[in-house]
Ligand binder design. Sequence first.
Ligand code: AHG
Ligand code: MN
Ligand code: MN
Length: 355
Amino acid sequence: MKNALYKNIDICADYTSIPTKMANTNKTLGEFIIENQEEFRYSSGELSRLINSIRLAAKVVNHEVNKAGLVDILGAAGETNIQGEDQQKLDVYANEAFIKTLTNREIVCGIASEEEDDFITIKGRNEKNDNKYIVLIDPLDGSSNIDVNVSVGTIFSIYRRVTPSGTPVTIDDFLQQGNRQVAAGYIVYGTSTMIVYTTGHGVNGFTLNPAIGTYYLSHPNMKFPEDGRIYSVNEGNYVHFPQGIKDYIKYCQKEEGDRPYTSRYIGSLVSDFHRNMIKGGIYIYPNTAKDPNGKLRLLYECNPMAFLAEQAGGKASNGFERILDIQPTELHQRIPFICGSKNMVLKAEEFMQNA
Ligand code: AHG
Ligand code: MN
Ligand code: MN
């Protein structure tokens, strides 16, 4: 069935599987970035170029993720990251692809990655240390899902540096509260590849047309439904959960009103979040007896997802306080994470606070 987009693009005349939703628009991500440049708090074109370079790296990683089943790229790379987890080969590949792409532009002065022990300093043009932006990244999220052909993602978070231009970046540039993010987003390598991001003016989603390598605005102004019926949590850890989360899960399962809710858990934060934002739901990774601070990382995972959630009308909390107001104390800090449809998160907080 031909659609508007299909008719406009000769080069993909034989490409028929463009999602119907994309038929409503043929605006590309590149066009969208240019049109919305003035929305950036510090409009100089640099942040636009930065988003552009993330778009480019995402294409490179997407290509590699898609052929993962075909080439000998699966399995642990034999290295362990700073958090003691096995690294998969694609983690290493994605990490390098993003760092390389971001370094080769005169925009970013520092990068911190879940896969790197320490932050990376980028000196910029003539070694002047005058680039403005800090990027924090989870290059491949849900990496345990790679070798079973299940969706994975990339998460990014962008700040302005706080130390003076012309000096090397310091840890203070990275340990900023999430409410200071100037942009954040994720790429989901799913049944189709999407970039979803915010610059503090709502959330927009772009779907990659693989036939021509272009992202199209497919999900403008994304919003979490205020209420949802999906809860996403690794219930295998139930006995180790705090009492408030146990009580909330029992509430989700209770036969009453629109409950019981549906349980859906992919094990890739990006994918679970993406589904919940579209359908309405809550994602929970609490602290457990084994992991007293939970598993997810504040800087690479929780802050960017919390920024997106709030920009989409949702909510993100550790059970007691807003994620975006937490002052980070270390680069690889972990934090309990409850995120999703506003009323569901409020309810979970109520159980946490009354337990
Ligand atoms: P990563 O692959 O970047 O280490 O992140 C995995 C995270 C998150 O994406 C996911 O929701 C969670 O870990 C799954 O953890 P469990 O397997 O403990 O449920
Ligand atoms: Mn992750
Ligand atoms: Mn990761």
